[in-house]
Ligand binder design. Structure first.
Ligand code: SF4
Length: 200
């Protein structure tokens, strides 16, 4: 059985793909099979949008505080499935929807993608990870070393125009000085910074 949905607290998480163009130092995929006690999040095959929707139909979506696209992979690697399933969620519940993304959708999909997701998420949480390109590449190890940091920032700026709430996040494995630099960058961009606790 594949784990497409899993619950943490009173939040429903969606694991729609295992694809990702990065290899982040702190990625939960490095620490085992699941996320904080869930079953294995390695998918036997790439689920279709229909399979994801079928998994959602088994859930009482109204009963959750939030529904979050997250999981063992980058959701925008399967943009069509993401959009289709997010539209389904919007059609059946008012529960807030969030996406946790590395912000590299435009590079992944080789086109401008932010607007395609208009209306689908209440919150977009983007991994900032570092205050500059060099440190970002070190931590995130993206496929596109020359353009990933700028593309992620660009995506965040665009997202900030479109979605009600946008967050840039860092994990507290970086130094206090670096967190401060990230805070300054976020201030300049007018986007909230969230410092996430690293729990392996
Ligand atoms: S972007 Fe997300 S899924 Fe991909 S390696 Fe980094 S933390 Fe893991």
């Amino acid at each position: 059985m594949m784990t497409i949905t899993y619950v943490l607290g009173n939040k429903l998480y969606l694991n729609i793909t295992n694809k990702c163009p990065c290899a982040c130092e702190f990625c939960i995929r490095r620490n085992g099979e699941g996320a904080y006690g869930s079953d294995s999040l390695w998918l036997e095959h790439q689920p279709t949008a229909e399979e994801v929707i079928d998994a959602l139909k088994k859930e009482d979506l109204d009963s959750y505080d939030e529904i979050i696209f997250c999981g063992f992979g980058e959701p925008t690697c399967e943009l069509n499935i993401l959009i289709k399933t997010a539209k389904y969620i919007r059609s059946v519940t008012k529960t807030p929807v969030r996406i946790n993304t590395n912000g590299l959708s435009d590079l992944i999909n080789e086109s401008s993608t932010c607007k395609l997701m208009t209306g689908l998420f209440d919150t977009v949480s983007i991994s900032l990870n570092a205050s500059d390109k060099e440190k970002y590449n070190q931590i995130t190890q993206p496929k596109w070393k020359d353009k990933a940091f700028d593309a992620m920032i660009n995506f965040a700026v665009e997202a900030n125009e479109i979605f009600p709430k946008v967050i840039l996040s860092v994990v507290d494995v970086i130094s206090d000085e670096e967190i401060e630099k990230c805070r300054e960058l976020c201030k300049k961009l007018g986007i909230e910074l969230r410092v996430r606790n690293y729990s392996a």
